[in-house]
Design a protein around this ligand. Sequence first.
Ligand code: PBG
Length: 332
Amino acid sequence: MAFPQTRMRRLRATAGLRGLVRETDLTADRLILPLFVTDAAGDGAQELREPIPSMPGVERLSISAAVGEAREAARLGIAGLLLFGIPAEKDQQGSGAWDPDGAVQLAAGAIKRAVPDLLVATDVCMCEYTEHGHCGVLREDGVVDNDATVELIARIAVSHARAGADIVAPSDMMDGRVGAIREALDEEGFSDVPILAYSAKFASAFYGPFRDAAGSTPAFGDRRGYQMDPANGREAVREALLDAGEGADMVMVKPALAYGDLISAVSAATGLPVAAYNVSGEYAMVKAAAAAGSIDERAAVLEILTSLRRAGADTIISYHAKDAARWLAEQT
Ligand code: PBG
């Protein structure tokens, strides 16, 4: 039946009708808040919060400040955190990444003790820990050595699990790392720790503010030798299927906004839970537009996050998580 019998506006007429037929919901228990944790202040009680200029409202946190942030996230009903380490010292090998007294390890432990029900996921990568800023160890010719890096990535994941991480999330984009992590976790007694694989991670311009925050801009070259070409969709599905085959429990599409088609495709192809990472550049754009008075920040953020759920994301990682959770609580 077509117009005039059919009138699509009938079910849009009131808030009650719209609510009745809404296809997608957005709730705080789908959200993960990324945190930048630094060991610059040591592991003592000192509260340190350092603003990140390119990401208004986001700060680098000392361990105790991260615990405060975790309490706040839990109070808002957010599902969990994704921890990134900002080490005071870097080296060629990125050895700080598996240091049991590193920022991520200390923060994971402290947060799990303080707020046991809040999920702690950890980013497993080397770029924040290497002097050169690449996501792995370099061969003599300057190319990232895949197989040598995979061994270290597995070691980092185990150190995070040992520190108390509930989920480990490798973001390095080396081949074979999910299988290696699974094997290492199982050997070390962490067979219950799930892997959230950054499966379809693109070589994106939208990571700019993050690299600023983490001091992880590559000192030479770029990441196109390991991160994906933004033009490739079939390859994204293939990456996700390979990770599923290696034992990934969840897969990720990153960035989120320019890759909504792949959130749907990866979800349909793998049948696994999919996380969408609403990355730093996406956050910074919204903040800049809102500060300029061009958009309504609250409406824009809720629209963006809802669109990711509609695309098929089960979980959304977003720097907007605290604001969104607050706004969602006000709506009900
Ligand atoms: C580390 C990593 C990056 C991000 C998450 N993990 C940076 C990169 O690949 O350069 C980006 C997150 C963001 O932009 O919010 N490999």
